[in-house]
Design a protein around this ligand. Structure first.
Ligand code: AP5
Ligand code: ZN
Length: 212
């Protein structure tokens, strides 16, 4: 899944993971879990994440390689938040080649800047199960309570307005070049992410199936 912070990568990856019965691997979620558990990895990632900049490539790539070695990836997987720059794109190619796994498609979710800011500052996540909500676009039935598990909804530390601007800038400078990188490889699937969640999902599935 490729796209700016707030484009809806996590939302769509969770739906596609259920639909295709393959794991959703989010580097951001793995980092946040390590932060919550206060592991050595979490401690290394904390300052970078809170500032809204990328965690160093060596740390991120080692973490992804380790995750791809788990047995649940045997029938495929959805990567969300990785790769995040051209160097990580090359690292992923090497990891896939080593495992004899083809890259089927890169789903690029396009959303305009103003809408991204609105989505990010209004996002809430469940502290217990990680489910995502939005105060305006996808509110829970009871304010600040998770519909699925009754857990408390919180705001991510990097969803404060100043950090959001940094993340969007980092995306433009470092991640957006991957769009051309994958388009040249003929694997890019581009969808309009400003539509409803369901319409975005339908568009992704339709275009992915047309690709092969
Ligand atoms: P990460 O967790 O990957 O964050 P991100 O890329 O900034 O992406 P987001 O989770 O903010 O957005 P999303 O596209 O998943 O949107 P969502 O579906 O939640 O990374 C966090 C940090 O970790 C990075 O800054 C970095 O420090 C580090 N990191 C992670 N990976 C790394 C890597 N590879 N290398 C180095 N560092 C790395 O949707 C957003 C909101 O909009 C939600 O509220 C949702 O409900 C709502 N919404 C979604 N879709 C729709 C829709 N169609 N209509 C209306 N509302 C919608
Ligand atoms: Zn929950």
């Amino acid at each position: 899944m490729l796209g700016s912070p707030g484009a809806g990568k996590g939302t769509q990856a969770a739906i596609l993971s259920d639909y295709y019965h393959i794991p959703h691997i989010s580097t951001g979620d793995i980092f946040r879990q390590n932060l919550a558990d206060n592991t050595a990895l979490g401690q290394r990632a904390r300052d970078f994440m809170n500032q809204g900049v990328l965690v160093p490539d060596d740390v991120t790539e080692a973490m992804v390689a380790d995750r791809l070695s788990q047995p649940d990836t045997a029938n495929g997987f959805i990567l969300d938040g990785f790769p995040r720059n051209i160097a990580q794109g090359h690292a992923l190619a090497a990891m896939l080649a080593e495992r004899h796994v083809p890259l089927h498609g890169v789903i690029y979710i396009a959303v305009a800047h103003d809408l991204l800011v609105k989505r990010l500052v209004g996002r809430r996540v469940c502290a217990e199960c990680g489910a995502g909500y939005h105060v305006e676009f996808d509110p829970p039935k009871v304010v600040d309570v998770c519909d699925r598990c009754g857990g408390k909804l919180i705001q991510r530390a990097d969803d404060l307005p100043e950090t959001v601007e940094t993340r969007l800038k980092v995306y433009q400078e470092q991640t957006a070049p991957l769009i051309g990188f994958y388009r040249e490889q003929g694997v890019l699937v581009e969808v309009d992410g400003a539509q409803s969640v369901d319409a975005v999902t339908r568009s992704i599935v339709h275009k992915l199936e047309a690709l092969h």
